[in-house]
Design a protein around this ligand. Structure first.
Ligand code: XMP
Length: 511
């Protein structure tokens, strides 16, 4: 790949991925690497950005990057911890700050308006998040911006293309953050803005052709955005040598299997639909524990997929829709294991016995880029705009054990809710929505009869990545109509509640 590249050295900040995304939004290719694993092909990177960090440069745990061959040799932008690191270890002073330096601040002084701060005015809002402050600039440091509370908000190093900022240009609340990154990367570092969905498609297709040649490739389609875009890319590269398998695990949304399969066929994909609902339901019978359910569903999928793949002869490759966040999250900056909240957060993959080589055409791109690539490939916008849906499907939205009857009830409820969101123009305003079937019966009255039936919970959240989320303030009229429709139309349900919990502390799914 011939693009100009940016190296982002990660010190464990929660915002590091955002830096990479903002840079990509500028059509510049960027890669994240842990601060202590500097890539061996360093010469291929034209600029370097140091991320923030949860650590203090004054603490014993301070992280020390090896900046040989970087500092003074390549344009360098140090953000937050990076800025403090350069100050602390190069003749400046960093100390705990006396005033709170979190959240909104405004630039009150800017020097050199033409270079680093081109098109950014005094008053511009920047986002701070740090408890240490830079008291004295490092040797050869030149102050270039301040806010009311933070005197040394930005500096550069005389004689180097090194810039340091205390605020976070990558978060949306830094209103000119993207402009600042563009000033640094394009005006100062001279990078080309040539990383576009079109170029990605062209290069990826060529790379797949070279890697796979005339071999056969098998891919599991899920109906989701990632596997669909991966399939269309592979199809463009190798056509009928791509064998797609779309498994109905019996836990999909109402009519989803048939309609998505039709869509896939309409897109010219070489796809086989396999209805294995019964096999999954049998494997799930009597299991109540969420993690055991995930295991049962995961294992059944592997068995079904393996059976199908074995029917094909001479398949050498397994294609997967892995995307860049999956790759980054499997390499931690500090090496510490993070707690497993739900097992899907660990990238699993298929078992070794399949002995297939792996091809992952979306490994280098973020979800928003996957959508842009999908649009370039001409994939239906409705398919690209679909909400995320968990691999275990309705299996983790039916609390407690799973039966065919419960699946039927939840599919009906979910369809009323999701179709309602679409009809009311709310679907695209919501990041993810669905219904949960609760393991309780409650008393109701219908006509003159006492009922004792199921209760369902509706959940709709806004989020950017599923890591944090908040419930959506859906109009009361919509909730009222949806609740009436569900209770009147779905036999077995007499009560509807709306989930108003944020993540954290609640998760998006109930299991
Ligand atoms: P939680 O419930 O952890 O969900 O807040 C965050 C996002 O992950 C999805 N999710 C899953 N996806 N397998 C998946 O493929 C799973 O087991 C699983 N559990 C949760 C969830 O739908 C949300 O988008």
């Amino acid at each position: 790949m011939q693009h100009d590249k940016v190296l982002i050295l990660d010190f464990g900040s929660q915002y590091t991925q955002l830096i990479a995304r903002r840079v990509r939004e500028l059509n510049i290719y960027s890669e994240i690497h842990p601060f202590n694993k500097i890539p061996t092909n360093l010469e291929e990177f034209k600029a370097v950005i140091l991320s923030g960090s949860p650590f203090s440069v004054r603490g014993e745990q301070a992280l020390h990057p090896d900046l040989t061959h970087i500092r003074g040799e390549k344009p360098l932008l140090a953000v937050c911890y990076g800025a403090q690191y350069l100050a602390h270890f190069s003749g400046g002073e960093v100390a705990p700050s006396n005033t709170r330096e979190y959240g909104r601040a405004n630039l009150a002084f800017i020097k050199e308006e033409e270079g680093f701060f081109k098109n950014i005015q005094i008053g511009s809002q920047v986002w701070m998040s740090h408890s240490d402050t830079i008291k004295t600039l490092p040797t050869n440091g030149v102050l270039i911006a301040s806010t009311h509370d933070v005197a040394n908000a930005a500096y550069r190093i005389e004689g180097e293309d090194t810039y340091a900022i205390q605020f976070h240009p990558e978060v949306y609340h830094s209103t000119d953050g993207k402009q600042l990154l563009e000033n640094f990367l394009v005006s100062i570092a001279g990078l080309n803005q040539d990383w576009t969905p079109d170029s990605f498609v062209e290069e990826t297709v060529a790379a797949i052709q070279e890697k796979v040649g005339t071999d056969k490739v098998v891919l599991g389609l899920s109906g989701g955005v990632d596997s669909t875009v991966a399939a269309v890319l592979l199809n463009k590269a190798i056509g009928k040598n791509l064998y797609c398998i779309f498994v109905n695990n019996g836990l999909l949304r109402k009519n989803e299997f048939e309609s998505v399969l039709n869509q896939y066929e309409g897109m010219g994909l070489n796809v086989k639909g396999v209805d294995a609902s019964k096999r999954f339901l049998d494997a799930l019978a009597g299991i109540e524990d969420p993690e055991l359910k995930r295991k049962a569903i995961g294992n059944s999928f592997i068995e079904v997929f393996d059976d199908e793949a074995n029917k094909l002869t001479d398949v050498k490759w397994l294609a997967q829709g892995t995307i860049y966040p999956d790759v980054i999250e499997s390499v931690s900056a500090t090496g510490g294991p993070s707690a497993t909240i739900k097992s899907h957060h660990n990238v699993g993959g298929l078992p070794d016995f399949m002995k297939l080589k792996i091809v992952e055409p979306l490994r280098a791109i973020f979800k928003d880029e996957v959508r842009r690539v999908g649009a370039t490939l001409g994939i239906d916008p409705e398919l690209l705009g679909r909400h995320p849906f968990p691999g275990p499907g309705l299996g983790i939205r039916i609390l407690g054990d799973i039966t065919a009857e419960k699946v039927r009830i939840l599919q009906e409820v979910d369809a009323i809710f999701i179709n309602g969101l679409k009809e009311w123009g709310l679907y695209d305003k919501v990041w993810q929505a669905g219904a949960m079937l609760l393991p309780v019966n409650s008393v109701g009255v219908m006509g003159d009869e006492r009922t004792y039936e199921k209760c369902v919970a509706l959940r709709a959240v806004e989020s950017t990545d599923g890591m944090t989320a908040d419930w959506v303030n859906l109009p009361y009229e919509f909730l009222q109509k949806t609740s009436n429709d569900i209770i009147n139309k779905v036999k077995g349900v007499n009560r509807v509640v709306y989930d108003i919990s944020s993540k954290p502390p609640a998760t998006i799914e109930w299991e």
